[in-house]
Structures are given as C-alpha cells and as structure tokens.
Design a protein around this ligand. Structure first.
Ligand code: SF4
Length: 272
C-alpha cells in the first residue's frame, strides 16, 4: 500500500514553538487523533494493561493543552480535510478518571471547528458519572469506554489495574452514557486474542448491541513497547478475527447500529 502523503498541518508550529505534529496526528485520511494526557495512573508494570504503550515516547507532548488542541485540530480540518476527531486520555487518579480534562479539550476544539465535525472521546468509566454529562455539554458526539474483555479472570491477567474497576461500574457507565449521548453513540472494544472463547465474545457483543452500545471487535496487536510484545505473544489468527467481526457486523446491522457517530480508533495503539 502506498504511503499516505504527509499531512499539511504537520508543517506548522504553534505561536509558542511547538510543532503541530507533536500535538495531534492524522493516522488515516479524515481522522485526527490525540492522546490529551499521555500518562496513566495504572502504568506501573504490575498494573499496566499488557497491550498498552501509552507512556512510550512517540514524539508527542505528554500533556496537550486545550488551546493547543483547538489550534491544531482546526488546521487539520481546514488544510487536510479532517472529518472526525478522536481524543483519548490515560487514566487519572481522580473520580472522573480524566474525563473532566477531556471535556475542557473538547470544549476548546468545538469552539474552534464548529458543530459539524464529530468528536469522539475514549476514557475509563468515570466513578463520578456526572463527568459524562460534562463531556456531552462540551460538544462530545460519542464516547468509548473500553472493557477489552468481559471475563473477569482474563481482565485480572491482562489488565490488572483496570480490573479493579468492577464490571458493574462499566455497566452503569454505559447505561448512563446511552441516556446522555444516545444509542450508537457509546462504544467499547472487545479484543480478540486475550483468551476469550469466540462464542463468549459474540454473546457479549450481542448483549451490548441489544442495549444500544456499539462493540468494536479488534485483534490483539502486541506492538513494541508493550508487555505483550516483550512476552513474545502473537496476534490471533486472521480467520478467527474475520469470523467474529462478520457475526458482530451482522448483529449491528440487525439492530441498526452500523455506521453512525462511533469512530473506530486504531486498534492496539495507546490508551484504549
Ligand atoms: S490501557 Fe488505559 S488503563 Fe490500561 S495502562 Fe493504558 S492508559 Fe492505563
């Protein structure tokens, strides 16, 4: 596949001297992404999600300020035709788990780009559910709260820090988010390759879809810098991923949850 051209906005620099490409990226045509806070309270090796490399240096700023994001995303829309924005964050220690800072970033970006371009955010389910309302009021279109696997045994093995957040808290946050954002504007990732049986993944996806939540089926990709890569783990067989994806796509279509506001974020990158 031919390399994508370097986005035009990468050549610009903020008034305080920060290159735009250190603030946001265009990983695929039309989608501008940023990890607004690139640290995680769970990054100690004993707690970290084994597929995560959020704190690995990638040339971007550790903390992107709302005004910087607004400036850069506006340039991505105007110069490179970005049609969707996806923001994520590492988890903070507060009860909002980083959602309030995300809301400040969304508010600034929304003021800069207007109402037309969807902005999706991804964070852990906030313990304080009022943070979801703040995100919506700020102009967020859709939200992802990624559970990765619905099996508590696998959660403890693969995401020991995040597994301390009970599944019941994910359920409560998803339910509240569907009320705040609407059906098909709340998503979660289900990772193929953590050890779930295919039928369990499909049943889990079916239950989510019935509640208006959009599950994204993503393969485990042990990227360099992750514990999974260090352990030499392999991605799941493509045929298995294709099979589960096809079944889940059929269920999504049946429930009119195909397309819509949820933006699939690059699989197995940082900060699910
Ligand atoms: S996936 Fe999220 S919770 Fe897990 S270590 Fe990475 S940023 Fe932290």
């Amino acid at each position: 596949m031919a390399d994508l051209p370097v986005p035009r906005f990468y050549g610009l620099v903020t008034a305080d001297g920060v290159p735009y490409h250190r603030i946001a990226r265009l990983p695929e045509p039309g989608l501008v992404t940023a990890t607004v806070v690139q640290t995680c309270v769970r990054y100690d090796e004993s707690q970290r999600c084994r597929f995560c490399a959020i704190e690995q240096a990638d040339g971007t700023l550790r903390v992107k300020r709302p005004a910087q994001l607004a400036e850069v995303v506006r340039a991505a829309v105007l110069l490179d035709g970005a049609r969707a924005v996806s923001l994520t964050t590492g988890t903070s220690s507060g009860p909002d788990r980083g959602a309030r800072y995300l809301a400040r970033c969304v508010r600034a970006i929304r003021a800069a780009i207007g109402p037309a371009v969807p902005i999706q955010v991804t964070c852990e389910p906030p313990a304080d559910l009022s943070a979801l309302g703040l995100l919506r009021e700020a102009g967020t279109t859709a939200i992802g709260m990624n559970v990765d696997t619905l099996d508590d045994r696998l959660r403890r093995r693969w995401l020991p820090g995040k597994a301390k957040v009970p599944l019941a808290q994910y359920e409560a946050a998803w339910e509240h988010a569907v009320r705040v954002f609407g059906r098909n504007r709340v998503s979660t990732c289900l990772i193929v390759g953590l050890g779930d049986r295919p039928e369990d993944l499909i049943i889990g996806a079916q239950r989510l879809i019935a509640r208006g939540i959009h599950p994204f089926v993503v393969p485990l990709r042990p990227i360099p810098g992750t514990l999974a890569h260090r352990d030499g783990l392999a991605p799941p067989p493509p045929d298995l991923v294709a099979l589960i994806t096809a079944v889940v796509d059929g269920l999504l279509a049946e429930h009119q949850l195909s397309g819509g506001a949820c933006t699939p974020r690059r699989a197995a990158s940082v900060g699910w």
